[in-house]
Design a protein around this ligand. Structure first.
Ligand code: HEC
Length: 580
């Protein structure tokens, strides 16, 4: 009995309320609905001009006004446009009626009024603001959680003035380089790969045993064949983290152990070294102290730019190294930059160095950034101090600018050919487009899990991101392709386990990616995103970074592509690709 009374009261009420709405001619409603549906950046953009579905689903089932309203409350893709249009209930109902007309579904003025009633109730529900209890800690978090506040109130970390310091590199051993393992041909391009001892046996095959020492590998970039490799003596093994070749393509740099003691074996209290190998014999020539463990290396004009992991007490964080004299031209130290120097990137003209900076103290020394990011992924940390970029003038050695980056633990940077924007990849799965003269963030978006390396395609319209699983699983296996203009993901392709670096080849057509866990290179046809070839490294030793060395018609060699950029006159992004 009660139920019937309640129901009739509702009908009575709604009839009464219905009279509050103006009745409109259907033509006017349809015209308004059509206009709003097709307005720029409105429904048609995502659901198609006929409601058939595009980025958003097919709407021809005929949503009512409150269904559309509810999407604005709950659908992160639609929420921004719903907020900016801020449709009235009448407008929502007009759109809904227009969709019904497109779908060939019945519609009427009565139906529109019913939608309005219904929608008024939906809006009423939403108006109820809940006041929940906040703790003091919640309020502390609220004070720091907004990125624009951080950017607006950034406090400089680095010292003023020139930060250039000296570091005395010493040649502590020399070796007979042996005989050439191959004869390079004029006009051909070769790839170089430094390979270590740390692949992941669990993702390879039963009974897999890794190599006992490091190897330098060379292959034919056109046929994808490995031509030759050389495995160092066990006394020269170390954890490999880069492939780097001198600008003239003659010397290969690879992480070395500590300097040798009197017995010729690594001395636990000696300096950390880098091994220099011959690019034709692939054998060690000499061992040089660099005061830290080599992390990344790239050509920097006539020099090399190196950044380092674990430092000796006197070890720098980054250096400019002269390949002809084995001298350090400039060394920069963490203390002067106000944080730990992680990876370093140069603009195409080698005028500025962008150092990706980590706050210290989340772990001893250089482990800070990695420990911080694993602590976030593993839930031990709820917030972190910011990570930032230091823009260093490579003539005056002053930090000209610093800016924080969205997300945590930036790994990789791309600088566009116009030298306008920096694209930063963070371990916490963000990619951001940042103006490199103002530090203003244009967009930030998510990538696949734990991204590491990234590369532009040849027309700079896309960025391929290697989803390594950095700090997360370390078993990422995809590459995410991001639209440079909007920052949206366009495609995800399969890659090797722990896919680490990815770079556009100097022919401008292929993307080459390294798999740390599998000890393989994955080569993709960039335009079609098809996997062309998987190249096994000898004994599947872990692969890090790729260098392309080109021999011109006169047989002169130069590095044309490494992880830093294209070099020595070749750059498909500027229309100069190698034709092979
Ligand atoms: C920026 C793109 C975008 C725009 C603009 C947009 N939508 Fe959507 N819409 C989506 C996406 C994506 C979904 C699916 C969300 C999901 O899967 O949860 C969606 C879902 C919906 C749904 C739910 C569909 C269902 O199956 O229940 C409705 C209704 C809808 N949109 C209506 C509209 C209307 C009407 C407009 C214009 C006022 C509009 N949308 C504008 C992207 C958009």
């Amino acid at each position: 009995m009660k139920k019937i009374i309640a129901l009739s009261a509702f009908i009575f009420c709604s009839n009464l309320n219905a009279q509050l709405f103006d009745r409109l001619p259907m033509e006017a409603v349809l015209a308004q609905g059509e206009e709003l549906y097709n307005a720029p950046a409105s429904c048609a953009t995502c659901h198609g001009a006929g409601g058939e579905g595009l980025i958003g689903p097919n709407l021809l089932f005929g949503p009512v006004a409150s269904d559309i309203f509810a999407q604005g409350e709950s659908n992160p893709v639609m929420a921004p446009m719903m907020a900016s249009f801020n449709f009235s209930d009448e407008e929502l109902a007009a759109i809904a009626i227009y969709i019904r007309s497109m779908a060939g579904l019945p519609y009427s003025e009565e139906m529109r009024i019913e939608m309005l009633l219904n929608q008024a109730a939906a809006r009423g529900n939403r108006a109820t603001q809940f006041e929940f209890m906040k703790t003091d800690r919640d309020r502390q978090i609220e004070e720091i959680e907004n990125f624009s506040d951080l950017a607006a109130n950034w406090v400089r970390r680095s010292n003023e003035g020139s930060l250039r310091r000296d570091y005395d590199a010493r040649v502590v051993a020399t070796f007979d380089p042996g005989e050439p393992k191959f004869t390079p041909e004029p006009g051909k391009t070769y790839f170089y790969e430094n390979v270590g001892t740390n692949s992941s046996p669990n993702v390879l095959f039963d009974g897999y045993v890794g190599p006992s020492s490091n190897q330098v590998v060379v292959g034919d970039a056109e046929t994808f064949e490995v031509i030759a490799s050389y495995q160092f003596s066990d006394d020269l093994r170390a954890t490999v983290h880069t492939s780097a070749v001198s600008p003239d393509g003659t010397q290969v740099y690879i992480t070395g152990p500590r300097e040798p003691g009197p017995d010729g074996r690594p001395d636990p209290s000696g300096s950390q070294t880098m091994v220099v190998a011959d690019a034709l014999t692939l054998q060690p020539i000499k061992q040089v102290t660099i005061g830290a463990r080599l992390h990344h290396g790239a050509v920097f004009g006539d020099y090399m730019l190196f950044d380092m992991f674990a430092r000796d007490p006197d070890g720098p964080g980054l250096m400019i190294y002269d390949p002809d004299t084995d001298e350090v031209v400039a060394a920069l130290y963490d203390q002067d930059l106000g944080g730990m120097i992680y990876t370093t990137w140069a603009d195409p003209d080698y005028e500025y160095i962008y150092a990706l900076m980590e706050p210290a103290g989340y772990a001893p020394g250089r482990a800070s950034g990695m420990r911080a990011v694993t602590s976030i992924y593993q839930g031990r940390l709820m917030a972190m101090r910011p990570f930032w970029v230091a823009k260093i003038n490579a003539t005056t050695w002053e930090v000209e600018m610093e800016f924080p980056v969205p997300g945590y633990r930036p790994n990789w940077a791309l600088i566009d050919s116009a030298k306008e924007n920096l694209y930063i990849i963070t371990s916490t799965s963000n990619i951001s487009k940042i103006n490199l003269n103002t530090g203003v963030v244009d967009w930030t978006n998510g990538t696949g899990i734990g991204p590491y390396g990234a590369s532009f395609n040849a027309d700079e319209s896309e960025i391929w991101v290697a989803d390594k699983g950095e700090g997360a699983s370390h078993l990422g296996r995809t590459l995410t392709i991001i639209d440079v203009h909007e920052g949206h993901a366009i495609e995800t392709v399969y890659g090797g386990y722990k896919v680490d670096h990815v770079i556009l080849a100097p022919n401008g057509r292929e993307m080459w990616a390294t798999s740390n866990a599998e000890g393989r290179l994955y080569v993709y046809d960039e335009p079609t995103r098809e996997l062309l070839r998987v190249i096994d490294m000898p004994q599947n030793g872990d692969a890090h970074g790729i260098i392309f060395v080109h021999y011109d018609e006169n047989g002169n060699s130069s590095v044309v592509r490494d992880q830093g950029n294209f070099h020595n006159g070749i750059n498909p992004i500027e229309g100069v690709a190698l034709n092979y």
